[in-house]
Write a protein that binds this ligand. Structure first.
Ligand SMILES: Cc1cc2nc3c(=O)[nH]c(=O)nc-3n(C[C@H](O)[C@H](O)[C@H](O)COP(=O)(O)O)c2cc1C
Length: 217
């Protein structure tokens, strides 16, 4: 699991009372990778990228991408970088890197390891065998808990959740472009197969899979 603290990466992993490695990692937005690229330039340059070099993403780049997608930007109300219908925030975002699946917590700005044995090639097969997904150093998975928005808006909540996934994905893709990275939003996959591969909860549905890396030229 990558260390996202920016300052403590060279330190020993903290241990819990059980002696196991701590699975919580702080993401510090202040240490995230910022970009000098203008929004207009990122909009003009964004292109779907499906071939990646072996170069891993830095912790700062990962922090920046997670923050762009769902970072909390207002502590008082819990508002985030992406808009949300009625601020119901139905989306969850995971990072899958080197078989380790971690869930981003926007409130505490932390990543929590969920599983350490995810087969990324299996995930790629779940996506109608789009095997380039397995070649990405980082794969972001956007899921939704529909009930959070449906509880307030009824059937129309489903539409709102899908709109939100688009907002969050575009934020992430523009940030990737601004950092000199490339990614692609993948919507073609077998929902049930992806849920099984990632062992998602019963109330949670996968909506977007976004591999990101340095483009292999
Ligand atoms: C809802 C949605 C689903 C998509 N699903 C896939 C996909 O499963 N695999 C893929 O390679 N690209 C996928 N794409 C990316 C499109 O193929 C791509 O955006 C399109 O070819 C235009 O190219 P551009 O993104 O470089 O502008 C998807 C895009 C959208 C908006």
């Amino acid at each position: 699991m990558v260390c996202l603290t920016g300052t403590g990466c060279g330190e020993k992993e903290p241990k819990s009372s059980s002696g196991k490695l701590s699975t919580k990692k702080k993401v510090q937005p202040e240490t995230m990778e910022k970009s000098a690229m203008s929004l207009d330039e990122a909009l003009a340059k964004r292109r779907s990228v499906r071939s990646y070099s072996d170069e891993p993403l830095t912790n700062k780049e990962i922090s920046g991408l997670l923050w762009a997608a769902q970072g909390e930007t207002n502590k008082l109300h819990g508002f985030r970088t992406s808009p949300s219908a009625g601020a119901t925030y139905p989306l969850k975002i995971y990072l899958l890197s080197k078989g380790v699946l971690s869930l981003y917590n926007p409130e505490s700005n932390s990543l929590e390891v969920v599983r350490e044995d995810v087969d990324t090639a299996r995930l790629a097969r779940d996506c109608l065998s789009q095997m380039f997904i397995a070649g990405a150093p980082a794969v972001f998975v956007l899921t939704a808990v529909y009930g959070r928005t449906g509880g307030r808006y009824g059937a129309r909540g489903e539409r709102y959740v899908h709109m939100e996934a688009g907002h969050a994905a575009q934020n992430l893709l523009l940030k990737a472009t601004a950092l000199g990275l490339g990614g692609v939003p993948v919507g073609a996959f077998d929902d049930d197969a992806v849920s099984r591969t990632l062992t998602l909860g019963a109330t949670e549905k996968p909506l977007y899979i976004i591999p990101v890396g340095h483009e292999r030229k």
